[in-house]
Design a protein around this ligand. Structure first.
Ligand code: ADP
Ligand code: F6P
Length: 323
């Protein structure tokens, strides 16, 4: 293999730049040409492909977002779109592709390989930490710390006013980020899509807390919770209870930006080096993951077939400690 490409796709996450840097520098260290592809599959179809040099990735290890840009690309769902993408890669002599993104991006990569023989290796980048084949995704740790800092700040004002706050945490259909943010932030309740939410139980739990001397409460609501978004949960809660004075805070995209944590940078470095080495070994259709603190190669399909879920014991930990 003489030439590879790297792209970021789907939602951005802190640490993607560190992964781009690791891929570019590992390729160059192995005398392989490396191209950066702008705006994910969208840029690939359009041919927005630029050569990367060692200095092209200087100073980015600590920068949030992705210098390559990212996108969600409808055309890539269609075989014609993927054929255009493959033609662009072949025009540039790119034989292998490193796809930094989530499981959707991996599904696209798998089709690109199956239909056009482009060798693909995935690197998991998403704040949601919901991808199988790895214990942690790049960006999750940073997002978790951002969410916890936000919760700490909200607790200051909640405690000062004896208020109930409903705090919405991202994660799409996964409650992983919300569960961990809630535990680390000492939340009274954590509502996640993995467990059914009963508003009456929630009200009773808050009442019990009051009876035990709590004067304020923080309820974390995962954005994908079955009872709805934080604002919906808060309204249902207030309508069915004596607690009428509440506030809602949606942390939102603050969780997606910012300088990556040291953990995310190191994870990105390890997975980036591993991804290029895997391509050089002739691997394809695989993702790099961190399993038990070891970098491992797993089939891309594990990303969506064996999704990472938080261990159910965390629910008990959260409950016991919220007393
Ligand atoms: P993520 O990679 O973070 O899960 P998405 O699910 O939005 O993000 O996927 C990113 C892009 O990957 C999509 O916009 C599309 O271009 C491509 N993609 C996703 N799923 C598929 C699929 N099943 N087949 C082909 N391409 C896909
Ligand atoms: O997958 C990352 C994520 O931030 C999810 O937590 C969230 O549901 C989604 O992306 C938001 O996507 P967008 O940035 O397109 O609004």
């Amino acid at each position: 293999m003489n030439c590879i490409g790297v792209l970021t796709s789907g939602g951005d996450s802190p640490g993607m730049n560190a992964a781009i840097r690791a891929v570019a520098r590992t390729a160059i260290a192995n005398d392989i040409k490396v191209f950066g592809i702008a705006r994910g599959y969208h840029g690939l179809i359009e041919g927005s492909i630029i050569p990367l040099q060692v200095r092209s990735v200087s100073g980015i290890i600590g920068r949030g977002g992705t210098i390559l840009g990212t996108a969600r690309c409808k055309e890539f769902f269609e075989p014609q779109g993927r054929a255009k993408a493959a033609a662009q890669l072949k025009n540039c002599g790119i034989e292998g592709l490193v796809v930094i993104g989530g499981d959707g991006s991996y599904q696209g990569a798998q089709k690109l390989h199956a239909e056009h023989g482009i060798r693909c290796i995935g690197i998991p980048g998403t704040i949601d930490n919901d991808i199988g084949g790895t214990d942690f995704t790049i960006g999750y740790d940073t997002a978790l710390n951002t969410a916890v800092e936000a919760i700490d700040r909200i607790r200051d004002t909640a405690a000062s006013h004896d208020r109930i706050f409903f705090v919405e945490v991202m994660g799409r259909n996964s409650g992983y980020l919300a569960m961990m943010a809630g535990i680390a932030g000492g939340a009274e309740e954590i509502l996640v899509p993995e467990t059914p939410t009963d508003i009456n139980e929630l009200i009773q739990s808050i009442r019990n807390g009051r009876a035990r001397g709590k004067t304020s409460s923080i309820v974390i609501v995962a954005e994908g919770d079955d009872a709805g978004k934080a604002i919906d949960v808060a309204k249902k809660f207030a309508d069915a209870s004596e607690f009428k004075d509440f506030r809602v805070a949606v942390i939102g995209h603050l969780q997606r930006g910012g300088a990556p944590s040291a953990f995310d940078r190191i994870l990105a470095c390890r997975l980036g080096v591993g991804a290029v080495e895997a391509l050089l070994d002739g691997q394809t259709g695989m993702m790099m993951g961190l399993i038990g603190n070891k970098v491992e190669l797993r089939p891309l399909s594990e990303a969506w077939e064996k999704r990472t879920r938080f261990d159910p014991t965390f629910v008990r930990v959260a409950r016991v400690l919220a007393t």
